[in-house]
Structure formats: structure tokens, C-alpha cells
Ligand binder design. Structure first.
Ligand SMILES: Cc1cc2nc3c(=O)[nH]c(=O)nc-3n(C[C@H](O)[C@H](O)[C@H](O)COP(=O)(O)OP(=O)(O)OC[C@H]3O[C@@H](n4cnc5c(N)ncnc54)[C@H](O)[C@@H]3O)c2cc1C
Length: 489
């Protein structure tokens, strides 16, 4: 008889675990508290505008394809990946514009327009971040086990013992300043710290490998919108007979004699052989499991990652100056991160990211209009006054865009806003963090909780709050890790 698995949460980590286990013959039930699946990766369709509500950039697409290949399917029958030639258009308040091209020579020539030394150093920088990726990815990204004795036994561990060669003792910003004397180029590379919710002034230089993943391995868009990933995995789940129960809030994980035995929903108890929580690990220990106070205290000490404020704007214009991905930088980048992480406040000058899928997919906005997904970095939720901050940030964004000749003052014809508090209440993510825990120290990679519970048998964790971290490819890997530990593949 096949073993029964319950998965708590239908975020990408939960869906990935479901696919990998169902493909191996397990009987899988997913319980999701919301009325739709996909977690932070959502979609809004309104008044002729279509928005992805969370992720806007996709990297490491082989990890997504693997879900389909594992299930004996052809990924191209489900999703169309489109490689971006222009990764970002970067705007600075003094009028300078730099385009991040995926083509190395084009990017280099773009950089050389403002700084020849930075352009000359680009090639050696790329060599360095590639070497860090090659040395660390097997052990920190692709290995299922995230436990000290596993690290030590791993064949790749000797590579890591030379911590200086992977820039573990310095910060991302320090490394970037060594290679790029120009502060604007530094900012472009420092920004990759936010892809895992951290500050470039604190995160170890090792994380510059994120730039390698996006700029060299490639950034992608999914035809029809990023939400097609969720649609296609849902279809795959149906084909694999995974049962998805929406509007089903799991209230407790039943643990007896240090073994997870089932889940409780309202007054109903359901028994399973294995339980996988795709709910944030801090939330899971604090709210779903009775006892284990020592672990609760320990997980509560982990610093949450950065959060965000998002404006979905239907705009009555199709600004030609803008591309699919646009970044408008704060003048004082250090101050922006200091305000967010140290003071837990909202900065006065913010870096603004705008994704406009209607640049690639005309059907995502009515003719002559565009769909703005605007994301600004925010501190995690410690009950700041979000109502007044929304009004203030909205005006800051409008003013900053105006400096660049983009006047949206009378052009916002649809608006929906969400804050760190909304992210916390809708997805139960710890304090509204987007990427689980921050990587604001060299030890974070070791502190991140693993994919199996340390004391409670048959309990596993998937999603951005656990190994290997947040972001689409990593949470899909975390689901695969759970399946691989359970099934031993
Ligand atoms: C604004 C924003 C922008 C982003 N941009 C990018 C990007 O460009 N590229 C990228 O790769 N990543 C990006 N990310 C990050 C990416 O979206 C996340 O890392 C990933 O989607 C999280 O997946 P997860 O498996 O951790 O689950 P989540 O998405 O956190 O979902 C967990 C699910 O579990 C459910 N749940 C929790 N507790 C219970 C319970 N007790 N009972 C039942 N259900 C429960 C929740 O309702 C939720 O649906 C972004 C995220 C946000 C919010």
C-alpha cells in the first residue's frame, strides 16, 4: 500500500514536494488555507489588466523543468520560457541610464559609457562569481541534507574550507567596490542582495553568485505570465492524482512520542505517514506544534528577510522609455538598507522596481495602457503604521518617477496595494518576510533550518523559510529535497 503524505500549504515549495512524491507513487494531499494555490506567486485579472502579484523574474529554469521531466512529461508542453535580452533598465536620479544586457559584450559596452575601469573588470568579476557558484552550489543549493555532519562529509567541503576564496569573510558591497570603482555600477551589483532578502552591506560576498545566476545563466519570462508556473503545476498535480484541498487551514500537527502522526483541521484529525510543512518554519513551530519550546525559541531568533510594499497599477499610458524590468535607484543605497534593517523604518528615498509584463505580452493591458507591478523594499512587519506609510510611499514613487519624465499623477486607473502586514496575514510568513530569513551574516547559510525536523520524526519542511532559501528555484529545490529524503532517491 502506498504511503500517505500531507502537505501543509500550496506554495511552490509544497507543490514541488507533492509532484516529486506523487511521481514516486506516494498518495499526496495538500491543504491550503487560502481559496487559491501558488502562495506568494499569485495573479490578478481586472478591468483588462493582468498582474503577477509576487515573483516577476525567473532564473534556474532547469529546476522548474525538472518537475515535469521527473513526472515523465515534456516541460515544453506546459510552459514557454522566454530568455530576456534586456534584464533591467537601471535609472539614476542624475539622469544616467544603464541597461543590464544578458549579452556580455553589450553589457560591457554599456558600462564603459560611464566607467572604463569597471568595464575592464567585468570579465574577471564574472569569472570570480562563476567560480563561487561552482564551488558552493552543490552543497548549499542542490544537496538535500543541510546538517553539519553532512557538510563535513561532503566531497565539496574541502572547497569551502578556503572560505576566503568564496568571499565568506567580506561583504557583497566590499567585493563589488573592489571591482567597480563607479558607485552606480556597485549599486547595480549590490542590488542582488535583495534577491534573497538581505543587505549588500552585511551579506557575505559569496552571495554575489546571485548575479552570476541572473546575468550569466539567464533571466526568463514565462509566456502568458509568471503565474502560468502555478497553472501548469496544478495540471501536473491533477495528472498525478494529488488531492488539493483549498480553504483548509491546518490548525495543528499531531505529534506523539516525537513522531508526527497527522494533522488537525477544526475538530477533524487525519492520519498520515509523513507531514511536510510549507508553512513558514517559525509559524509552524510557534502555532502548529505543541511543546518543543527550545526549538521555538531558536527559530524565533532567526532574523526575517526583507519585506516589500507592492502597488499594482493599471496605467493609462505605455511609457516608451520603460522596459519589462526597470529599477530606479535611491541616491544613498547604504542609508536605504540601514533604515530598513537597523531602524525597521521606511526610507525617505527608496529604490523602486517596476515590472511591466505588457511590454512583452500585449494582452496584459488594454491598448495604449500598461500594467505596473511596483515593488519597494520594506522592513519586516513590527507593526509600523502601514496605513500612513502607504500614502507616503505612493507619493515618493510618483515624485521619483516624475524626475525621470514619467508622469503618472493622473494616469493610475486601477490600484491595489499590499504591505508587509498583508504578506504576513495572507501567507503566514514570519513578520511578512518575502524570502524567509535574511543572509545578513556569514553564518546564515549554516543557521537556516533544514528540510527535515531535527527531533520530530516524519516531519519535513519546504519553502523559503528553510534550506536552501527563498525564490522560485530554491523553494522548488526544497520540495524536491523533502521528497528525496523521504524516498531516499
Ligand atoms: C512581492 C514579491 C516579489 C518576489 N519576487 C521574486 C522574483 O522576482 N523571483 C523569485 O524567484 N522569487 C520572488 N519572490 C519570492 C517567491 O515568491 C517565494 O520565495 C516563493 O514563491 C515562496 O514559496 P514557498 O514555498 O515558500 O511558499 P509560500 O508562497 O510562502 O506559500 C505558503 C503557503 O502555505 C499556506 N499556509 C501556511 N500555513 C498554512 C496552514 N497552517 N494551513 C494551510 N495553509 C497554510 C499559505 O497560505 C501559502 O499559500 C517574490 C515574492 C514576493 C512576495
Amino acid at each position: 500500500m502506498s504511503k500517505k503524505v500531507a502537505i501543509i500549504g500550496a506554495g511552490l515549495g509544497g507543490l514541488s514536494a507533492a509532484v516529486h512524491l506523487a511521481a514516486k507513487g506516494y498518495e499526496v494531499d495538500i491543504y491550503e488555507k487560502n481559496d487559491d494555490i501558488g502562495g506568494k506567486l499569485g495573479e490578478v485579472n481586472i478591468d483588462g489588466f493582468r498582474f503577477d502579484t509576487g515573483p516577476s523574474v525567473v532564473t534556474m529554469i532547469d529546476v522548474i523543468k525538472d518537475l515535469f521531466i521527473t513526472s515523465g512529461k515534456n516541460p515544453n508542453d506546459y510552459l514557454r520560457f522566454k530568455k530576456l535580452e534586456i534584464i533591467n533598465k537601471n535609472f539614476f536620479d542624475d539622469g544616467c541610464e544603464i541597461t543590464s544586457f544578458s549579452d556580455f559584450e553589450l553589457f560591457k559596452s554599456e558600462i564603459s559609457k560611464i566607467d572604463s575601469i569597471s568595464a575592464t573588470n567585468l570579465s574577471s568579476y564574472f569569472n570570480k562569481i562563476e567560480s563561487i557558484y561552482r564551488k558552493t552550489s552543490d552543497i548549499f543549493l542542490f544537496s538535500p541534507l543541510h546538517e553539519v555532519n553532512y557538510f563535513i562529509k561532503s566531497k565539496k567541503f574541502p572547497n569551502l574550507l578556503d572560505f576566503t576564496s568564496i568571499d565568506a569573510f567580506t561583504t557583497m558591497h566590499n567585493v563589488n567596490s573592489e571591482f567597480f570603482p563607479n558607485p552606480k555600477i556597485q549599486q547595480i551589483f549590490d542590488r542582488y542582495a535583495t534577491y534573497n532578502g538581505s543587505s549588500p552591506y552585511l551579506a557575505p560576498g559569496t552571495l554575489n553568485l546571485i548575479a552570476f545566476v541572473e546575468l550569466v545563466l539567464g533571466a526568463y519570462y514565462i509566456e502568458g505570465g509568471i503565474f502560468r508556473i502555478v497553472d501548469s503545476i496544478k495540471k501536473l498535480c491533477e495528472e498525478l492524482n494529488v488531492r488539493i484541498h483549498t480553504k483548509s487551514m491546518v490548525d495543528k500537527i499531531i505529534v506523539t512520542n516525537n513522531k508526527a502522526k497527522g494533522i488537525k483541521i477544526g475538530s477533524d484529525i487525519f492520519e498520515f505517514d509523513y507531514i511536510i510543512s510549507n508553512s513558514d518554519v517559525v509559524y509552524t513551530y510557534s502555532n502548529l506544534i505543541d511543546g518543543y519550546e527550545y526549538i521555538k525559541k531558536k527559530t524565533n531568533k532567526l532574523e526575517p528577510s526583507i519585506s516589500g510594499m507592492v502597488f499594482l497599477w493599471g496605467i493609462d499610458d505605455d511609457f516608451e522609455i520603460l522596459d519589462h524590468h526597470n529599477v530606479f535607484y535611491a541616491n544613498d543605497y547604504y542609508k536605504e538598507f540601514q533604515t530598513i534593517f537597523e531602524y525597521k523604518s521606511v526610507p525617505d528615498d527608496l529604490t523602486i522596481y517596476i515590472a511591466i509584463t505588457s511590454k512583452n505580452d500585449k494582452s496584459h493591458a488594454p491598448a495604449g495602457k500598461s500594467n505596473f507591478f511596483v515593488l519597494v523594499n520594506m522592513p519586516y512587519n513590527v507593526n509600523q503604521n502601514w496605513v500612513s506609510e502607504v500614502t507616503r510611499v505612493r507619493q515618493l514613487i510618483i515624485n521619483k518617477l516624475l524626475k525621470h519624465g514619467i508622469d503618472i499623477r493622473n494616469k493610475i486607473i486601477y490600484e491595489h496595494v499590499y504591505t508587509p502586514k498583508d504578506l504576513e496575514s495572507r501567507f503566514l510568513s514570519n513578520k511578512g518576510s518575502i524570502y524567509g530569513i535574511s543572509s545578513n551574516s556569514m553564518f546564515t547559510a549554516f543557521k537556516r533550518y533544514g528540510n527535515r525536523a531535527r527531533i520530530i520524526k516524519n516531519l519535513f519542511f519546504t519553502g523559503g523559510s528553510v534550506h536552501p532559501g527563498g525564490g522560485i528555484p530554491l523553494v522548488i529545490l526544497s520540495g524536491k529535497n523533502c521528497a528525496s529524503i523521504i524516498d531516499g532517491f
